[in-house]
Design a protein around this ligand. Structure first.
Ligand code: TMP
Length: 209
């Protein structure tokens, strides 16, 4: 049996990631692939427990280093319990966020540095990487802070950080696309949902059977 492929979908707040995750999963299933949709932080029982610790409570609940370690610990469990077993079964795994969120949020925006956070991943998960990482990006100012507030959602510990933090997150994703152009692709998230899904599929073209 062919091993499955591991795809992560990334982006700042409110770029339409959830809509695209559903649409992409359906499109892949339509091509006859078995698809498992998962998310970070979370995706396994242990990692979902850590998710609550990370996203609930006071913004200053964790120091930047403790926060990065919690994300790395959740990711190690997610990979071991959920992602690797599914891939071994020939399933395609589609994750709503993965390592590049830690590199962009904790590494770039949080000030720890992209390399320091990558080192945590080397230790925690032996540098296990997606086959492809698709980063949805909107022009500056069109992003999610507005979307979150529109929903009357106060946001979580991290989503509610100031605009400068989120601008820095976008910069982190762009840096990753420059560093690893084969794995990390920036996808224009403007236009109709159908158009964006078509861009995502195009960026997976060389992996599709
Ligand atoms: P969500 O809004 O996509 O559910 O993600 C939860 C929040 O956690 C979001 O604000 C991004 C943040 N996050 C990080 O800061 N680092 C990470 O490694 C991951 C996976 C998420």
């Amino acid at each position: 049996m062919m091993a499955g492929r591991f795809i992560s979908l990334e982006g700042g707040e409110g770029v339409g990631k959830s809509t695209q995750l559903d649409a992409l999963a359906k499109a892949l299933e339509g091509r006859g692939l078995e698809v498992k949709v998962t998310r970070e932080p979370g995706g396994s029982a242990g990692a979902e427990a850590i998710r609550k610790l990370l996203l609930e409570g006071e913004e200053k609940r964790w120091s930047p280093r403790a926060e990065a370690l919690l994300f790395a610990a959740a990711r190690a469990d997610h990979i071991e319990k959920t992602i690797k077993p599914a891939l071994a079964n020939g399933t395609w795994v589609l994750s709503d966020r993965f390592l590049d969120s830690s590199l962009a949020y904790q590494g770039e925006a949080g000030g720890l540095g992209i390399e320091a956070v990558r080192d945590l991943h080397r230790f925690g998960s032996l540098d296990f990487l997606p086959d492809r990482t698709l980063v949805l990006q909107l022009p500056v100012g069109e992003g999610g802070l507005r979307a979150k507030h529109r929903d009357g959602d106060e946001g979580d510990r991290i989503g509610s950080r100031p605009p400068a933090y989120h601008a820095s997150v976008d910069k982190g994703f762009a840096t990753m696309a420059e560093k690893e152009p084969q794995r990390v692709k920036l996808i224009d998230a403007s236009g109709s949902a159908e158009t964006v899904t078509a861009r995502l599929l195009y960026a997976l073209g060389d992996l599709l059977p």
